[in-house]
Design a protein around this ligand. Sequence first.
Ligand code: ATP
Length: 234
Amino acid sequence: MLDVSNLSVRYGAIEALKGVTLNVTPGEIVTIIGANGAGKSTLLRALSGLIRPAAGRIRFEGADLAAVPAHTIVRNGLVHVPEGRMALAKLSVLENLLAATGIRRDKSEIAADVDRVMGRFPILRERAKQLAGTLSGGQQQMLVMARALLARPRLLLLDEPSLGLAPVISQQIFELVSEIRREGVTVLLIEQNAKRALAIADRAYVLELGRIALTGAAAAVASDPRVIQAYLGG
Ligand code: ATP
């Protein structure tokens, strides 16, 4: 579904990604773990067309994304939920959801989809009229994930969905990611919470200073002594 080969991204003199190769097959949850500044967010920005690579190739469902603008990439089903829960704070929950459907051409199905997404996140139905800026962190994370689902992703890129959430709330978010996959959406999950991410993922990549240091089945990565020491507090 996604084939990334030898991807390099620069910010001026800083080479944030140095020849990254990875792939995602349909139906998987693939996680990328790594420390602060390893290049995780940069990778997602490059995949969704927000920054252009200095070198390398990105193919999504067979098409080369090099020259494809970000708004076309999202229409093609590769949908990015950036870190930071950027909801429209002064709009209600429902208005945020409706705003997210603006990119869609199939206007007739939008009402049914908003209803379905609210079924998946019942708290959003309860809070439909509340201003998004007044939601809790966990509720805002659900709102940005619900917005992404309304774009009908085939591949969902999630950047640190659990960041800053209390453990019990973050557990709920990870469970929602598993449910979203069960409903047929492939997921590429960036996380600093390596333990939880490895528990729900099929495969994992460890990103260190812009390079893939290790990859394999999530269970194998979780039992690798280097990973235990560096990322699992072992
Ligand atoms: P974090 O979890 O802290 O976001 P990360 O693994 O996502 O970390 P990136 O944000 O991708 O890492 O950053 C990778 C490197 O690129 C870091 O050295 C960072 O300082 C640098 N960097 C990121 N964004 C920019 C930018 N807009 N301009 C210059 N350097 C940047």
